[in-house]
Design a protein around this ligand. Structure first.
Ligand SMILES: Nc1ncnc2c1ncn2[C@@H]1O[C@H](COP(=O)(O)OP(=O)(O)O)[C@@H](O)[C@H]1O
Ligand SMILES: [Mg+2]
Length: 249
């Protein structure tokens, strides 16, 4: 299989091959469950090769935002991959258009092997990923024949990320990928996210851990009761205080 290529997006010969990585733009996203508004008027842009972190307390609307963007939960508002509007599409059409989504809680097919999990994800994409997930996550190589259900939580999280990459995404959204992991694995996930970003993916990251967002994110969007309460640069020294206030209020 091909090695990871951290080159510029698009075909070198200037042919009509679409660029490998895209920009995600969300405008006026709203998610409601019956009469309850979980997300209201959320807008953000994630450029290729950058990470935007979505932070906020439990119940702030982070998962609903990703699910609304991904088409897994009904939402209104506009979602674009580059200039292509995708909000009218089903979730699987959005995935094929290039929207990768690592769901909250490590979704893998537990009764399939690691290799089968990756094959299914690649098959759904209908085109080959420019990046071999096993180059990004070499620790999965020796686990290929194992059943996913028998893996540790950390290994399942690695597989969930690898599955998203196998789906040939142009943008990747991840919902609390470090949740419940031991510190060593948190460090490993941060490294993987750095690799995704430097490979050129636009990364939209939902996190609870401030330090993960600070290491990775150019921009931080803080949600409070479904609305954007703050937008800060990832290196803004006031970020811990802003978050503390948002989490307590
Ligand atoms: N399927 C659902 N049905 C009804 N309400 C929901 C559902 N999922 C989430 N909510 C509510 O929407 C709000 C936002 O939840 P969520 O997006 O999961 O927040 P977060 O990921 O930030 O913890 C919460 O008040 C939650 O109770
Ligand atoms: Mg959540």
């Amino acid at each position: 299989m091909k090695r990871v290529t951290f080159g510029p997006a698009g075909a070198a010969d200037g042919s009509a091959t679409p660029p490998r990585f895209g920009r995600l733009t969300v405008e006026g996203l709203r998610v409601r469950y019956g009469g309850v508004t979980a997300v209201e008027d959320l807008s953000l842009t994630v450029e290729p090769g950058t990470c935007v972190a979505l932070l906020g307390a439990n119940g702030a609307g982070k998962t609903s935002t990703l699910r609304g963007i991904g088409g897994l939960t009904p939402a209104t508002g506009r979602v674009y991959l580059d200039d292509r509007r995708i909000d009218g599409m089903s979730a699987s059409q959005r995935a094929r258009a290039g929207l990768g989504h690592v769901l909250e809680g490590r979704h893998v097919f537990k009764s399939l092997t690691v290799a089968e999990n990756l094959r299914v994800a690649a098959g759904r994409a209908g085109r080959r990923s420019d990046i071999d997930p096993l180059d990004l996550l070499p620790e999965l190589r020796e686990l290929m024949p194992r059943l996913a259900g028998g893996l540790s939580g950390g290994q399942q999280q690695m597989l969930a990320i690898a599955r998203a990459v196998a789906g040939a995404p142009r943008v990747i959204m991840l919902d609390e990928p470090t949740n419940g992991l031991a510190p060593r694995l948190v460090t490993r996930v941060i490294r993987i996210l750095e690799d995704l970003r430097s490979a050129g993916f636009a990364v939209l990251l939902v996190e609870q851990r401030l330090e993960v967002a600070q290491k990775l994110a150019a921009d931080v969007v803080v949600l409070r009761h479904g609305r954007v309460a703050h937008r800060l640069h990832g290196t803004d020294p006031s970020l811990p205080d802003v978050l503390h206030a948002a989490y307590l209020s």
